[in-house]
Design a protein around this ligand. Sequence first.
Ligand code: GLC
Length: 721
Amino acid sequence: MLGMTVLGADTPLYLNPKATPEQRTEDLLARMTLREKLGQVTQIEIHRLMTGFWNKGPLDSSWMQTVLVDYAVGSILSGGDGSPMKNTPEEWAKMTNEVQRWALKSRLKIPVLYGIDAVHGHNNVIGATIYPYNLGLGATFNPELIKAYAAKTAEEVAATGIQWTFAPVLDVGIDPRWGRTHETFGEDPYLVSALGVSQIKGFEESGKVISCGKHFNGYSVPKSGKDRHPAEVSPRELYEIHFPPYRAAIKAGMSSVMINSGAVNGVPAHASKWLMTDILRKEMGFKGLVVSDWEDIAKMVTYHRYASSVEDALALSYNAGLDLNMVPMDVETVDQLERLVKAGRIPVERINDAVRNVLLVKFRLGLFENPMVDPNMAEKIIGSRESKAIAHKLAQQSMVLLRNEKDLLPLSKDLKNILVTGPSADSISRLCGGWTIRWQGAQEHELSGKTVLEAIKEKAPKAKVTFIHDARNAKRLVKAAKEAEAVIVVVGEKTYAEGEGDSETLQLAANEEKLIKTLQNAKIPFVLVGAAGRPLIIPGGNKAAPAILWAFLPGTEGGPAIADVLFGDYNPSGRLPITFPTSVNQVPMPYHTTKAYKPMFPFGAGLSYTKVEASGLQVKPKVGMGQKVQVTVDLKNTGKRAVEEVVLLFVKNNGSSILGMSKQLQGFARVPLKPGESRKVAFELTPEQLSVWNKDMKLVQEPGRFTVSVGELSTQFAVEK
Ligand code: GLC
């Protein structure tokens, strides 16, 4: 058995798996020196342990000795690009085994907790299945399948000896200028909560990998739309929009929270006792592990200019509630911490609590009993058929059909002449986005799968399929387009992560705009496929093309999934999880808090290849305070194709003590309907869902009148004392 501990009479309690995690934690804590405690609350990145540092190289025994034995740090992470020199599942497993082997040389033999950004599959590992990014998952409105994806990813992550994923992002994606919008589940707190919870359960219920809700809090709304820029957020917006996903995630058993790198209302989140202790721990009841984001203690000095030294920043942050510092390179931080504790600037009890939160995670994971993995298993588990099947389904369901004039789609498989054009048509990397193999995105040869172009060729085997990358040679493009029976344009964005993805215009790259305008000017009808992790401003807006299909970032199964939809092998069911603005000057313009809401495509928009009619929206006209409210609606598929209809239930509070949200999503369901089939769909609204955050920021239910709506249908009910 790997890592089996033989229990003798003198085995310390903390090494006895029969004791509870709490008992083991207290026993081990009591045995630790101050320096060992300070090492335990310090996280170092894997490059620091390599002979070549940022240039990689094998693990360096002197650095391993320093970091894992002398300083005995508690956690290691692989940040973006933090892969072994040879990026294979086996080498990942060997690398983490070697880290654990050295960690077990420490005096108390404490294994490290190894963390990674598995944010759309085990996306750093070559060969892993890359799933649709969260914004596309938002369009699926499918918590069950997202949970299955997370469970499958947990297996892949654990197989490489990693026990912690820095996921899900629980930021509410309101401003598409922000370079991380694709990492969010969209602009609605109810949807972000539901899908975040499903990912958390998928990870945590594996018993092998813990989740990490990020980035707490208010990270997604920098005033400038630029990553890590200051956010000015009213308490109301925090309580109504940005806090709810964390409340739900805590209830769902999220083990850790990562703090926002930015500043909120003038205070860097990493120094905010209000956020990290008063709200997260006291008000929301979070008892787990709080980890910093990358280098954010030092950035309180160098970026926010908020602390005058790293020591001041360390004291501020640990005293505000931080448990684990993702330094991630300077292990001497432990010496600085020691000076601070000895000078009484950080109470030992605060450090003890932080150590407890790290150790409890390790004991609950069984990490002391099984710190190592079998490298051969990793090769077998990564990129499995099952993971590809789940990713393919999610990619299909993540697509949103925004326009389909004269039923241009689906295309016939008997076509003889097809023109495919656009930079995202022959790239898999652009379908995956950033944090894929590499921080800023994969090189094409590092990914396996089919491009949209390859998948189209397979769907229409009789067709001559011409590919022209863009409109550099406009004449050639137009000539080919005129000769073709169908023209498919696939545009999107280059890959990016974090601030590299910030956009001031939401426009396509010039060559992609030129491509679209060239075809429009030549009056060529075409199918527009958008493979971008955010809404973009397309020339021609919602009339840019007779058919518009938004695929977001569908991952390595994206090419075949897009072809499935284009040729009718999948009836599109996705609904927009984020508003598509007509102009960048409108943003941020979330549907729930915008009065003059005039988007290019609204939140919840989405067509299919059939017609589903809703009728008979029913709700009791009067209910008492504290009562649940049943809402039903009848659906009928009046078309010729089966569909999984996504039904969205919105509720509007018509008059409370607060001018709250215009309307808000309060329920959704995926309803399978065969042609001609009818179904009654039932929703239940809880008193909490009908409550408001009053002027004292307390969640209270008040009597009032409410409107529920499904599609074009709406009806009212009253809540009475
Ligand atoms: C990054 C990101 C965070 C990620 C962390 C570790 O800067 O902000 O989302 O989990 O560093 O890679």
